[in-house]
Design a protein around this ligand. Structure first.
Ligand SMILES: *Cc1c(COP(=O)(O)O)cnc(C)c1O
Length: 378
């Protein structure tokens, strides 16, 4: 049996090696390293896949969020609501631009932004909501979009973990994650569901004016070469990365299916383990399983579990061990211990098992039986 990895990028590469190698070599031979034709082609193909009018490729998922905030024309002091249970990038760009991140708690079952909490923190200064589709499942977009409409707020979906997920509204309409709000952002970091072999990211929008503005911002605020109409940034997707992504995009739906079938294996194996809460599925969203994240019952020692698994060559990770409002950089006197009880409970109980597109049944069998061994010996 192959060594179990949290994410097995080598095996995935092995299955598309010839195609990827050729695509990389073609770029190298063409010398069109910056903004080569592959970038535009990938942009078009992703627009088609997502059924969105504009994809703006950029350098990484953090830049995508920053360019989105800049595109909305938000000003220092404007408040942006996001989850305290997320990866740091979401709040980082808000703070970096002098905007005020307003953190709220998440739903205990789905880890999505809690709509009632969002409602409760809206002020005159609130300008935007940033739902994070954490671990691969959409936040409650029915509620979030109606709150945004009611209060005239922008919505920026952080889709770094959920590219390809489908959200079905109460109305019956289905849309891809990241194409619902004013802007969606994603990351092509290698371990993401659609990952390249370095850094990459993209912004999605159906709004022509926003798209135009964000393209200019991503290119030094430049409308005509050497004429700068606004302050921008330098954020490009490398041509080599675009070429790799073009090879991988046609496999994305199969990659999602592979992840979902590993998740079903885990679900079944843990169905009777009352010490483990398997990830809840929101019937309105497909789950593309960037992570398979369980919650441990009271009294189970998480560190001991992770150490035990490690001793059996089974990796496990904690996403995320510290909530944003408890991080040194984001702590402020608006928050204290106990501010966000759900997130504070989650950060002490969650753990994630290996999740990728190449998990074999023998590996899943070992992972699940070792987790159960540990639990049963408590
Ligand atoms: C990975 C990630 C990002 C940042 O993406 P980078 O490409 O690493 O900059 C942002 N938000 C979330 C939720 C992520 O998981």
């Amino acid at each position: 049996m192959k060594k179990i990895q949290m994410v097995d990028l080598i095996s995935q590469y092995g299955n598309i090696k010839e195609q990827v190698d050729n695509a990389i070599l073609d770029v190298v031979n063409s010398s069109a390293y910056i903004n080569g034709p592959e970038v535009k082609l990938f942009q078009k193909e992703l627009e088609e896949y997502l059924d969105v009018k504009h994809v703006i490729p950029c350098a990484n998922g953090t830049d995508a969020l920053q360019i989105a905030m800049m595109g909305l024309g938000l000003k220092p002091g404007d408040e942006v609501i996001t989850a305290t249970f997320t990866y740091v990038a979401t709040a980082e760009v808000i703070a970096l631009l002098g905007l005020t991140p307003v953190l709220v708690d998440v739903d205990e079952d789905t880890f999505g932004l809690n709509p009632e909490q969002v409602r409760s923190v809206i002020t005159d200064k609130t300008k935007a909501i940033v739902p994070v589709h954490l671990f691969g499942q959409c936040a409650n977009m029915d509620e979030i979009m109606s709150i945004a409409q009611e209060h005239n707020l922008f919505v920026v979906e952080d889709t770094a973990q959920a590219i390809g997920a489908d959200y079905t509204f109460d109305s019956g309409k289905t849309q891809k994650a990241g194409t619902i709000g004013d802007i969606g952002t994603t990351s092509f970091f290698p371990s993401k569901n659609l990952g390249c072999y370095g850094d990459g990211g993209a912004i999605f929008t159906n709004n022509d004016d926003l798209a135009k503005k964000m393209r200019v911002i991503a290119n030094h605020g430049q409308t005509v070469r050497y004429y700068h109409d606004m302050i921008g940034v330098n954020s490009r997707l490398d041509t080599i990365q675009a070429a790799i992504l073009r090879c991988k995009l046609p496999h994305l739906n199969q990659y999602i299916i592979n992840r979902q079938s590993a998740a079903s294996y885990y679900d079944k194996a843990f169905a009777d383990a009352k010490e483990l809460k398997v990830p809840a599925r929101d019937p309105k969203s497909t789950h593309v399983f960037h992570q398979y994240t369980l919650q441990l019952a009271d009294g189970i020692d998480r560190n001991a579990l992770v150490e035990y698994l490690k001793s059996k060559d089974v990796p496990a990770m904690i996403y995320y061990p510290v909530a944003l409002h408890m991080q040194k950089a984001y702590k402020d006197d608006r928050y204290s211990d106990g501010s966000f009880p759900v997130t504070e409970k989650l950060v002490s109980r969650v753990f994630s098992l290996p999740m990728h597109t190449e998990l074999e049944d023998s590996q899943l069998e070992l992972i699940t039986s070792e987790v159960k061994n540990f639990i049963n010996n408590q």
